[in-house]
Ligand binder design. Structure first.
Ligand code: ARG
Length: 457
Protein backbone atom coordinates (compact mmCIF):
# COMPACT_ATOMS: atom_id res chain seq x y z
CA UNK A 1 0.00 0.00 0.00
CA UNK A 2 1.32 3.45 -0.84
CA UNK A 3 2.12 5.58 2.18
CA UNK A 4 0.07 8.71 2.78
CA UNK A 5 3.32 10.59 3.01
CA UNK A 6 4.74 9.00 -0.19
CA UNK A 7 4.82 12.31 -2.12
CA UNK A 8 8.16 13.47 -0.81
CA UNK A 9 9.98 10.19 -1.41
CA UNK A 10 11.56 8.66 -4.52
CA UNK A 11 11.33 5.09 -3.39
CA UNK A 12 9.31 2.92 -1.04
CA UNK A 13 10.22 2.13 2.56
CA UNK A 14 12.22 -1.05 3.00
CA UNK A 15 9.91 -3.91 4.05
CA UNK A 16 11.81 -4.73 7.25
CA UNK A 17 11.98 -1.06 8.18
CA UNK A 18 8.27 -0.76 7.43
CA UNK A 19 7.42 -3.63 9.79
CA UNK A 20 9.75 -2.23 12.40
CA UNK A 21 8.05 1.14 12.15
CA UNK A 22 4.49 -0.15 12.21
CA UNK A 23 2.53 -0.05 15.44
CA UNK A 24 -0.83 -1.34 14.29
CA UNK A 25 -0.35 -4.74 15.92
CA UNK A 26 -0.66 -3.07 19.30
CA UNK A 27 -2.32 0.31 18.71
CA UNK A 28 -5.31 -1.33 17.00
CA UNK A 29 -6.62 -1.74 20.55
CA UNK A 30 -7.48 1.97 20.44
CA UNK A 31 -9.71 1.83 17.37
CA UNK A 32 -12.86 2.81 19.26
CA UNK A 33 -11.16 5.83 20.83
CA UNK A 34 -9.60 6.78 17.49
CA UNK A 35 -12.98 6.77 15.75
CA UNK A 36 -14.71 8.57 18.61
CA UNK A 37 -12.02 11.28 18.55
CA UNK A 38 -12.32 11.64 14.79
CA UNK A 39 -16.10 12.01 14.93
CA UNK A 40 -15.81 14.83 17.47
CA UNK A 41 -12.97 16.44 15.54
CA UNK A 42 -15.04 16.41 12.33
CA UNK A 43 -18.09 17.72 14.18
CA UNK A 44 -16.02 20.66 15.38
CA UNK A 45 -14.56 21.24 11.89
CA UNK A 46 -18.11 21.54 10.56
CA UNK A 47 -19.20 23.82 13.38
CA UNK A 48 -16.40 26.28 12.62
CA UNK A 49 -17.10 26.12 8.88
CA UNK A 50 -14.20 23.96 7.69
CA UNK A 51 -16.44 21.05 6.66
CA UNK A 52 -19.93 21.31 5.18
CA UNK A 53 -22.89 19.56 6.82
CA UNK A 54 -22.91 17.13 3.93
CA UNK A 55 -19.23 16.31 4.30
CA UNK A 56 -19.66 15.85 8.04
CA UNK A 57 -22.59 13.50 7.43
CA UNK A 58 -20.49 11.38 5.09
CA UNK A 59 -17.54 11.29 7.48
CA UNK A 60 -19.66 10.35 10.46
CA UNK A 61 -21.55 7.61 8.68
CA UNK A 62 -18.30 6.32 7.17
CA UNK A 63 -16.59 6.22 10.56
CA UNK A 64 -19.67 4.63 12.14
CA UNK A 65 -19.70 1.90 9.52
CA UNK A 66 -15.99 1.24 10.10
CA UNK A 67 -16.60 1.03 13.84
CA UNK A 68 -19.47 -1.33 13.30
CA UNK A 69 -17.50 -3.56 10.95
CA UNK A 70 -14.49 -3.69 13.28
CA UNK A 71 -16.77 -4.47 16.22
CA UNK A 72 -18.46 -7.38 14.49
CA UNK A 73 -15.31 -8.61 12.78
CA UNK A 74 -16.36 -8.06 9.16
CA UNK A 75 -13.50 -5.62 8.70
CA UNK A 76 -10.03 -6.92 9.54
CA UNK A 77 -7.16 -4.66 10.56
CA UNK A 78 -4.62 -4.28 7.78
CA UNK A 79 -1.45 -5.42 9.51
CA UNK A 80 0.56 -3.60 6.83
CA UNK A 81 -0.86 -0.25 7.85
CA UNK A 82 1.53 2.04 9.68
CA UNK A 83 -0.75 2.49 12.65
CA UNK A 84 -4.40 2.54 13.68
CA UNK A 85 -4.77 6.22 12.75
CA UNK A 86 -3.57 5.70 9.17
CA UNK A 87 -5.65 2.56 8.88
CA UNK A 88 -8.93 4.22 9.89
CA UNK A 89 -8.30 7.25 7.68
CA UNK A 90 -7.39 5.11 4.66
CA UNK A 91 -10.44 2.92 5.20
CA UNK A 92 -12.64 6.00 5.47
CA UNK A 93 -11.35 7.35 2.16
CA UNK A 94 -11.90 3.93 0.61
CA UNK A 95 -15.51 4.06 1.72
CA UNK A 96 -16.53 7.70 1.14
CA UNK A 97 -13.94 8.91 -1.35
CA UNK A 98 -12.20 12.28 -1.31
CA UNK A 99 -14.25 13.71 1.57
CA UNK A 100 -12.41 11.23 3.79
CA UNK A 101 -9.20 13.09 2.97
CA UNK A 102 -10.57 16.20 4.68
CA UNK A 103 -10.82 14.59 8.11
CA UNK A 104 -7.19 15.22 8.97
CA UNK A 105 -7.50 19.01 8.53
CA UNK A 106 -6.20 20.93 11.55
CA UNK A 107 -4.96 17.76 13.20
CA UNK A 108 -1.78 15.70 13.27
CA UNK A 109 -1.15 12.12 14.27
CA UNK A 110 0.85 13.56 17.12
CA UNK A 111 -2.18 15.05 18.86
CA UNK A 112 -4.35 12.22 17.57
CA UNK A 113 -2.28 9.51 19.22
CA UNK A 114 -1.96 11.60 22.37
CA UNK A 115 -5.74 11.86 22.47
CA UNK A 116 -6.42 8.19 21.73
CA UNK A 117 -4.09 6.97 24.44
CA UNK A 118 -5.60 9.28 27.04
CA UNK A 119 -9.11 8.16 26.15
CA UNK A 120 -8.09 4.50 26.11
CA UNK A 121 -6.25 4.65 29.42
CA UNK A 122 -9.11 6.55 31.02
CA UNK A 123 -11.46 3.67 30.20
CA UNK A 124 -8.97 1.01 31.27
CA UNK A 125 -8.18 2.78 34.51
CA UNK A 126 -11.85 3.04 35.37
CA UNK A 127 -12.08 -0.74 34.83
CA UNK A 128 -9.20 -1.26 37.23
CA UNK A 129 -10.90 0.96 39.82
CA UNK A 130 -14.09 -1.14 39.56
CA UNK A 131 -12.09 -4.34 39.95
CA UNK A 132 -10.24 -2.97 42.97
CA UNK A 133 -13.59 -2.15 44.55
CA UNK A 134 -14.71 -5.69 43.87
CA UNK A 135 -11.57 -7.06 45.48
CA UNK A 136 -11.99 -4.86 48.53
CA UNK A 137 -15.57 -6.15 48.75
CA UNK A 138 -14.36 -9.75 48.69
CA UNK A 139 -11.74 -9.09 51.37
CA UNK A 140 -14.31 -7.24 53.46
CA UNK A 141 -16.64 -10.23 53.31
CA UNK A 142 -13.85 -12.48 54.63
CA UNK A 143 -13.14 -9.91 57.33
CA UNK A 144 -16.80 -9.85 58.41
CA UNK A 145 -16.72 -13.63 58.77
CA UNK A 146 -13.47 -13.65 60.72
CA UNK A 147 -13.91 -10.93 63.29
CA UNK A 148 -13.22 -13.47 66.03
CA UNK A 149 -10.68 -15.63 64.24
CA UNK A 150 -7.53 -15.24 66.29
CA UNK A 151 -4.20 -15.66 64.58
CA UNK A 152 -0.61 -14.72 65.33
CA UNK A 153 0.41 -11.28 64.15
CA UNK A 154 4.00 -11.24 62.96
CA UNK A 155 6.98 -8.96 62.82
CA UNK A 156 10.20 -10.30 61.24
CA UNK A 157 7.97 -13.30 60.43
CA UNK A 158 8.23 -14.15 64.13
CA UNK A 159 5.04 -14.50 66.12
CA UNK A 160 4.55 -11.15 67.80
CA UNK A 161 1.08 -10.44 69.20
CA UNK A 162 -2.35 -11.99 68.74
CA UNK A 163 -4.57 -10.33 66.17
CA UNK A 164 -7.75 -11.29 64.34
CA UNK A 165 -7.79 -12.40 60.75
CA UNK A 166 -10.30 -9.60 60.11
CA UNK A 167 -7.79 -7.03 61.33
CA UNK A 168 -5.06 -8.49 59.14
CA UNK A 169 -7.29 -8.57 56.06
CA UNK A 170 -8.49 -5.02 56.64
CA UNK A 171 -4.90 -3.84 56.31
CA UNK A 172 -5.12 -4.87 52.65
CA UNK A 173 -8.42 -3.00 52.25
CA UNK A 174 -6.65 0.18 53.38
CA UNK A 175 -3.81 -0.33 50.88
CA UNK A 176 -6.21 -0.98 48.02
CA UNK A 177 -8.33 2.03 48.93
CA UNK A 178 -5.22 4.17 48.64
CA UNK A 179 -4.49 2.53 45.29
CA UNK A 180 -7.90 3.68 44.08
CA UNK A 181 -7.21 7.26 45.14
CA UNK A 182 -3.85 7.16 43.36
CA UNK A 183 -5.62 6.19 40.15
CA UNK A 184 -8.30 8.80 40.68
CA UNK A 185 -5.68 11.49 41.23
CA UNK A 186 -3.91 10.50 38.02
CA UNK A 187 -7.22 10.47 36.14
CA UNK A 188 -8.03 13.98 37.32
CA UNK A 189 -4.62 15.29 36.23
CA UNK A 190 -4.69 13.60 32.83
CA UNK A 191 -8.22 14.58 31.92
CA UNK A 192 -7.28 17.39 29.54
CA UNK A 193 -7.53 17.11 25.78
CA UNK A 194 -4.38 17.32 23.68
CA UNK A 195 -6.40 17.36 20.44
CA UNK A 196 -5.87 20.52 18.43
CA UNK A 197 -2.22 20.77 19.51
CA UNK A 198 -1.65 19.45 15.99
CA UNK A 199 1.94 18.55 15.09
CA UNK A 200 3.33 20.75 17.88
CA UNK A 201 2.68 24.41 17.11
CA UNK A 202 -1.10 24.53 16.87
CA UNK A 203 -2.93 25.48 13.70
CA UNK A 204 -3.90 28.43 11.53
CA UNK A 205 -7.49 27.19 11.33
CA UNK A 206 -10.09 28.71 13.65
CA UNK A 207 -10.61 25.46 15.57
CA UNK A 208 -12.56 25.13 18.78
CA UNK A 209 -10.54 22.82 21.00
CA UNK A 210 -12.79 23.33 24.01
CA UNK A 211 -15.77 22.03 22.11
CA UNK A 212 -13.99 18.77 21.27
CA UNK A 213 -12.65 18.46 24.79
CA UNK A 214 -16.10 18.83 26.28
CA UNK A 215 -17.67 16.35 23.88
CA UNK A 216 -15.03 13.78 24.83
CA UNK A 217 -15.56 14.22 28.56
CA UNK A 218 -12.39 16.16 29.33
CA UNK A 219 -12.19 18.88 31.96
CA UNK A 220 -10.41 21.21 29.55
CA UNK A 221 -7.63 21.33 26.98
CA UNK A 222 -3.86 21.00 27.35
CA UNK A 223 -2.84 24.65 27.56
CA UNK A 224 0.43 24.33 25.64
CA UNK A 225 0.42 22.56 22.29
CA UNK A 226 4.05 21.44 22.62
CA UNK A 227 3.26 19.90 25.98
CA UNK A 228 0.02 18.50 24.59
CA UNK A 229 1.81 16.28 22.11
CA UNK A 230 4.84 15.52 24.31
CA UNK A 231 3.31 14.79 27.68
CA UNK A 232 3.30 11.19 28.83
CA UNK A 233 3.43 12.02 32.55
CA UNK A 234 0.07 10.37 32.97
CA UNK A 235 1.54 7.11 31.66
CA UNK A 236 4.21 7.29 34.34
CA UNK A 237 1.65 8.08 37.02
CA UNK A 238 -0.64 5.27 35.97
CA UNK A 239 2.20 2.78 35.63
CA UNK A 240 3.48 3.80 39.02
CA UNK A 241 0.02 3.30 40.52
CA UNK A 242 -0.26 -0.07 38.72
CA UNK A 243 3.16 -1.06 40.05
CA UNK A 244 2.01 -0.17 43.57
CA UNK A 245 -1.16 -2.22 43.16
CA UNK A 246 0.95 -5.17 42.03
CA UNK A 247 3.28 -4.70 44.99
CA UNK A 248 0.26 -4.95 47.30
CA UNK A 249 -1.15 -7.97 45.50
CA UNK A 250 2.30 -9.54 45.61
CA UNK A 251 2.66 -9.10 49.37
CA UNK A 252 -0.79 -10.58 49.84
CA UNK A 253 0.13 -13.42 47.47
CA UNK A 254 3.26 -14.13 49.46
CA UNK A 255 1.17 -14.47 52.61
CA UNK A 256 -1.34 -16.72 50.89
CA UNK A 257 1.52 -18.90 49.63
CA UNK A 258 2.95 -19.14 53.15
CA UNK A 259 -0.47 -19.69 54.70
CA UNK A 260 -1.27 -22.57 52.32
CA UNK A 261 1.97 -24.41 53.15
CA UNK A 262 1.91 -27.40 55.52
CA UNK A 263 4.16 -25.37 57.81
CA UNK A 264 1.35 -22.83 58.36
CA UNK A 265 -1.87 -24.38 57.02
CA UNK A 266 -3.82 -21.25 57.90
CA UNK A 267 -5.91 -21.32 54.74
CA UNK A 268 -7.17 -23.76 52.18
CA UNK A 269 -7.42 -22.35 48.67
CA UNK A 270 -10.30 -23.52 46.53
CA UNK A 271 -9.47 -26.31 44.06
CA UNK A 272 -10.52 -23.98 41.26
CA UNK A 273 -7.58 -21.69 42.05
CA UNK A 274 -4.83 -24.23 42.72
CA UNK A 275 -2.98 -26.74 40.59
CA UNK A 276 -1.50 -30.19 41.02
CA UNK A 277 1.93 -31.54 40.25
CA UNK A 278 2.85 -33.72 37.29
CA UNK A 279 4.81 -36.07 39.54
CA UNK A 280 3.88 -35.55 43.21
CA UNK A 281 0.30 -36.74 43.75
CA UNK A 282 -0.10 -34.97 47.08
CA UNK A 283 0.62 -31.46 45.77
CA UNK A 284 -1.81 -28.58 45.73
CA UNK A 285 0.07 -25.55 44.55
CA UNK A 286 -0.93 -21.88 44.95
CA UNK A 287 0.04 -21.09 41.34
CA UNK A 288 -2.31 -18.13 40.98
CA UNK A 289 -0.75 -16.32 43.93
CA UNK A 290 2.74 -17.21 42.71
CA UNK A 291 1.98 -15.86 39.25
CA UNK A 292 0.65 -12.62 40.66
CA UNK A 293 3.86 -12.30 42.67
CA UNK A 294 5.88 -13.13 39.58
CA UNK A 295 4.06 -10.75 37.26
CA UNK A 296 4.73 -7.87 39.62
CA UNK A 297 8.24 -7.68 38.16
CA UNK A 298 7.04 -7.03 34.64
CA UNK A 299 4.73 -4.23 35.76
CA UNK A 300 7.69 -2.59 37.54
CA UNK A 301 9.60 -3.09 34.28
CA UNK A 302 6.90 -1.30 32.29
CA UNK A 303 7.24 1.74 34.54
CA UNK A 304 11.02 1.78 34.26
CA UNK A 305 10.83 1.28 30.48
CA UNK A 306 8.60 4.34 30.08
CA UNK A 307 10.66 6.51 32.42
CA UNK A 308 13.80 5.56 30.54
CA UNK A 309 12.22 6.01 27.12
CA UNK A 310 11.18 9.56 27.98
CA UNK A 311 14.25 10.81 29.80
CA UNK A 312 16.38 11.73 26.83
CA UNK A 313 13.99 12.86 24.13
CA UNK A 314 13.80 16.50 23.15
CA UNK A 315 10.47 18.24 22.61
CA UNK A 316 8.12 17.66 20.95
CA UNK A 317 7.02 14.31 19.44
CA UNK A 318 9.69 11.71 18.74
CA UNK A 319 9.08 8.23 17.44
CA UNK A 320 10.52 6.82 20.66
CA UNK A 321 7.16 7.69 22.13
CA UNK A 322 5.45 4.96 20.16
CA UNK A 323 7.03 2.69 22.79
CA UNK A 324 4.73 4.14 25.46
CA UNK A 325 1.85 1.96 24.37
CA UNK A 326 3.21 -1.56 24.67
CA UNK A 327 4.49 -0.76 28.15
CA UNK A 328 1.32 0.79 29.47
CA UNK A 329 -0.93 -1.77 27.76
CA UNK A 330 1.12 -4.55 29.30
CA UNK A 331 0.97 -3.00 32.73
CA UNK A 332 -2.78 -2.40 32.74
CA UNK A 333 -3.55 -5.77 31.17
CA UNK A 334 -1.38 -7.56 33.68
CA UNK A 335 -3.09 -5.80 36.58
CA UNK A 336 -6.51 -6.68 35.18
CA UNK A 337 -5.60 -10.32 34.56
CA UNK A 338 -4.20 -10.63 38.06
CA UNK A 339 -7.28 -9.06 39.62
CA UNK A 340 -9.53 -11.35 37.61
CA UNK A 341 -8.14 -14.43 39.36
CA UNK A 342 -7.25 -12.78 42.63
CA UNK A 343 -10.80 -11.66 43.43
CA UNK A 344 -12.43 -15.12 43.28
CA UNK A 345 -9.35 -16.73 44.85
CA UNK A 346 -9.84 -14.51 47.91
CA UNK A 347 -13.61 -14.90 47.91
CA UNK A 348 -13.34 -18.72 47.98
CA UNK A 349 -10.36 -18.99 50.34
CA UNK A 350 -11.19 -20.95 53.50
CA UNK A 351 -9.40 -19.90 56.69
CA UNK A 352 -8.53 -22.85 58.96
CA UNK A 353 -9.38 -21.20 62.25
CA UNK A 354 -8.11 -23.91 64.61
CA UNK A 355 -4.66 -23.87 63.03
CA UNK A 356 -4.45 -20.12 63.35
CA UNK A 357 -5.55 -20.39 66.96
CA UNK A 358 -3.12 -23.19 67.79
CA UNK A 359 -0.26 -21.24 66.22
CA UNK A 360 -1.22 -18.26 68.38
CA UNK A 361 -0.90 -20.33 71.52
CA UNK A 362 2.78 -20.91 70.85
CA UNK A 363 5.48 -18.31 70.46
CA UNK A 364 4.70 -16.31 73.63
CA UNK A 365 2.63 -13.81 71.71
CA UNK A 366 0.96 -12.78 74.98
CA UNK A 367 4.27 -11.75 76.58
CA UNK A 368 3.60 -8.05 75.99
CA UNK A 369 0.28 -8.42 77.76
CA UNK A 370 1.94 -10.15 80.71
CA UNK A 371 4.36 -7.22 80.99
CA UNK A 372 1.40 -4.81 80.75
CA UNK A 373 -0.23 -6.76 83.61
CA UNK A 374 2.65 -5.77 85.86
CA UNK A 375 2.91 -2.24 84.50
CA UNK A 376 -0.77 -1.56 85.15
CA UNK A 377 -0.10 -2.61 88.75
CA UNK A 378 2.70 -0.10 89.24
CA UNK A 379 5.82 -1.85 87.94
CA UNK A 380 7.82 0.37 85.56
CA UNK A 381 7.58 -1.01 82.01
CA UNK A 382 11.31 -1.75 81.65
CA UNK A 383 11.34 -3.72 84.89
CA UNK A 384 8.21 -5.61 83.88
CA UNK A 385 9.76 -6.29 80.47
CA UNK A 386 12.82 -7.82 82.12
CA UNK A 387 10.80 -9.98 84.52
CA UNK A 388 8.69 -11.36 81.67
CA UNK A 389 11.79 -11.91 79.55
CA UNK A 390 13.29 -14.05 82.31
CA UNK A 391 10.07 -16.06 82.64
CA UNK A 392 9.89 -16.59 78.86
CA UNK A 393 13.52 -17.75 78.89
CA UNK A 394 12.68 -20.40 81.50
CA UNK A 395 9.58 -21.48 79.56
CA UNK A 396 11.62 -21.96 76.41
CA UNK A 397 14.03 -24.23 78.31
CA UNK A 398 11.15 -26.23 79.79
CA UNK A 399 9.09 -26.22 76.57
CA UNK A 400 6.00 -24.77 78.23
CA UNK A 401 3.79 -21.77 77.53
CA UNK A 402 3.09 -18.79 79.79
CA UNK A 403 -0.32 -20.08 80.85
CA UNK A 404 1.30 -23.34 81.97
CA UNK A 405 3.57 -21.61 84.50
CA UNK A 406 2.27 -22.04 88.06
CA UNK A 407 1.30 -19.06 90.20
CA UNK A 408 4.00 -20.09 92.72
CA UNK A 409 6.57 -19.83 89.99
CA UNK A 410 5.19 -16.44 88.90
CA UNK A 411 5.35 -15.18 92.47
CA UNK A 412 9.07 -16.02 92.59
CA UNK A 413 9.57 -13.36 89.92
CA UNK A 414 7.16 -10.77 91.33
CA UNK A 415 4.81 -10.70 94.28
CA UNK A 416 2.38 -8.67 92.20
CA UNK A 417 1.34 -11.65 90.08
CA UNK A 418 -2.03 -13.11 91.06
CA UNK A 419 -4.56 -15.63 89.72
CA UNK A 420 -6.21 -13.04 87.47
CA UNK A 421 -3.05 -12.99 85.34
CA UNK A 422 -4.19 -16.15 83.55
CA UNK A 423 -7.30 -14.49 82.21
CA UNK A 424 -5.31 -11.39 81.37
CA UNK A 425 -2.96 -13.33 79.09
CA UNK A 426 -5.60 -15.46 77.38
CA UNK A 427 -5.59 -14.81 73.65
CA UNK A 428 -9.19 -13.59 73.69
CA UNK A 429 -8.38 -11.04 76.40
CA UNK A 430 -5.26 -9.90 74.58
CA UNK A 431 -7.42 -9.12 71.55
CA UNK A 432 -10.41 -7.76 73.45
CA UNK A 433 -8.28 -5.40 75.50
CA UNK A 434 -6.74 -3.73 72.48
CA UNK A 435 -8.89 -0.62 72.67
CA UNK A 436 -6.82 1.93 70.79
CA UNK A 437 -8.13 3.29 67.50
CA UNK A 438 -7.11 1.12 64.55
CA UNK A 439 -6.13 -1.79 66.79
CA UNK A 440 -7.06 -5.45 66.57
CA UNK A 441 -9.74 -5.08 69.29
CA UNK A 442 -13.26 -6.15 68.31
CA UNK A 443 -14.72 -2.66 68.46
CA UNK A 444 -11.89 -1.17 66.47
CA UNK A 445 -12.24 -3.83 63.80
CA UNK A 446 -15.97 -3.14 63.51
CA UNK A 447 -15.14 0.52 63.10
CA UNK A 448 -12.63 -0.31 60.35
CA UNK A 449 -15.19 -2.46 58.54
CA UNK A 450 -17.67 0.42 58.63
CA UNK A 451 -15.00 2.81 57.40
CA UNK A 452 -14.21 0.65 54.39
CA UNK A 453 -17.89 0.03 53.66
CA UNK A 454 -18.47 3.77 53.72
CA UNK A 455 -15.69 4.44 51.22
CA UNK A 456 -16.83 1.65 48.91
CA UNK A 457 -20.28 3.19 48.52
N1 ARG B 1 2.14 5.38 15.70
C1 ARG B 1 2.60 6.62 16.26
C2 ARG B 1 2.76 6.49 17.78
O1 ARG B 1 2.27 5.54 18.31
C3 ARG B 1 1.63 7.68 15.95
C4 ARG B 1 2.21 9.05 15.89
C5 ARG B 1 3.06 9.16 14.72
N2 ARG B 1 3.47 10.51 14.48
C6 ARG B 1 4.50 10.75 13.67
N3 ARG B 1 4.81 11.98 13.50
N4 ARG B 1 5.16 9.81 13.07
O2 ARG B 1 3.37 7.27 18.43
Amino acid sequence: MEKMWAGRFDKALDKTADDFNSSIHFDKKMYKQDIKGSIEHATMLCKVGILTEDELGQIISGLASILNDLNNGTLAFDENAEDIHMFVEAELTKRIGDTGKKLHTARSRNDQVALDLRLYMRDETNDVISMLKELIGAILEQARENKETIMPGYTHLQRAQPITLAHHLLAYCMMLLRDITRLEDALARMNYSPLGSCALAGTTYPTNRDMVAEALGFDGVCMNSIDGVSDRDYCIELESAFATIMMHLSRFSEEIILWSSWEFKFVELDDAYTTGSSIMPQKKNPDMAELVRGKTGRVYGDLIATLTMLKGIPLAYNKDMQEDKEAIFDSVETVKKCLQVFIPMIATMKPIKENMYNASKKGFINATDLADYLTKRGVPFRTAYKIVGTIVGKCVKESITLDEVSLDEYKKHSEIFDTDLYDEISLETCVRKRISKGSTGYESVNEQIKYVEGLLK
